[in-house]
Design a protein around this ligand. Structure first.
Ligand code: CU
Length: 308
């Protein structure tokens, strides 16, 4: 594994205690990004995904993939330029059509998920250690979405429920505020598209989210097998699960400041190797390049951490 311990520790810290991660003052490291809250499939099932990586869904995904999701931050396709629906095939939205991530496209209803409240404020955390400029678009599968079928573009509304351009990068992550649609129940996919403006790349991510099921009848009859969603009992809050999106946490205001033009030299565009039509060896090359970049970034991070 070409990943450094420092880098692994960085993601672990980002997943557990993002506010404590001292990346905010750091210079650019060589990496890209992915949503960690609500956690994306690729992060959850990566070797750094902790308990989530051991779930049946993640084990099946890795098996179908034929390789672990080590490069969790490299799910990107070059030169899409906003033509997501034309370039990324139906059923392959979660992999971006990239063979190296095909395990993420499995149609399952048990992916590691994050609980959400309809209509609530969402603060998405999208870990990244290099400040690309660009626009994030967030989509939520339509009411009635069936997680047992392949995810297709027709499952997503035409318009994103949130769109954020050039959010501030704080504590190693972009934080984006959005208001969730209020009419969803049950399991859904939050699909995030990050179209860079400072690179030719677009990043794709599936985060599995679960809204409370609708109460069918106001409790006239007892249904013993019925599960009460999010029953409030003092002192029994599950520590592992993310409940409602955090509302008390101060967040960077979205889309106010632009970090300015990025030198292209600090990033390796994979224009010729990362398209969905490229051969099976291309993602391996891409992964190798990313691994080198990540190695460099991890070393830089280690130095920074040591200096503190
Ligand atoms: Cu990048």
């Amino acid at each position: 594994m070409p990943r450094t311990t420092a880098h692994r520790a960085a993601l672990a810290a980002a997943l557990v205690t993002p506010l404590l991660l001292p990346l905010g003052t750091a210079g650019p490291a060589r990496a890209h990004g992915a949503p960690t809250d609500p956690v994306s499939r690729v992060v959850a099932c990566s070797p750094e995904g902790g308990d989530r990586a051991g779930t049946a869904a993640c084990r099946a995904a890795v098996a179908a993939n034929g390789a672990p999701f080590t490069a969790w931050d490299n799910l990107r396709v070059a030169n899409v330029n906003g033509r997501d629906r034309a370039v990324i095939p139906d059923g392959k939205l979660c992999s971006g059509g990239l063979p190296a991530y095909r395990g993420l496209d499995l149609a399952r209803a048990d992916w590691p998920s994050t609980r959400m409240a309809p209509g609530a404020k969402l603060t998405m955390r999208y870990v990244s250690t290099i400040p690309h400029t660009g626009t994030f678009r967030m989509y939520l599968t339509k009411p009635g979405y069936d997680p047992a079928g392949p995810l297709s573009w027709s499952d997503l509304p035409e318009k994103p429920f949130a769109e954020v351009t050039d959010p501030a990068l704080t504590d190693g992550a972009y934080r984006m505020e959005a208001t969730l649609p209020s009419d969803r129940t049950g399991r859904h996919v939050l699909y995030t598209v990050w179209q860079n403006s400072s690179t030719p790349d677009t990043y794709y991510s599936c985060s599995d989210v679960v809204f409370p099921e609708k109460e069918k009848e106001p409790r006239k009859t007892e249904e013993p097998e019925k599960k009460e969603p999010a029953k409030k009992e003092p002192g029994t809050k599950a520590p592992e699960r993310k409940g409602e999106p955090e509302t008390e946490e101060p967040v960077a205001s979205p889309a106010v400041e632009s970090p300015g033009p990025q030198p292209q030299g600090d990033h390796t565009p994979l224009a010729t190797t990362s398209g969905p039509a490229s051969g099976p060896s291309a993602p391996v090359l891409a992964g190798g390049a990313a691994a080198v970049l990540l190695l460099a970034g991890g070393a830089a991070l280690a130095l920074r951490l040591r200096r503190r």
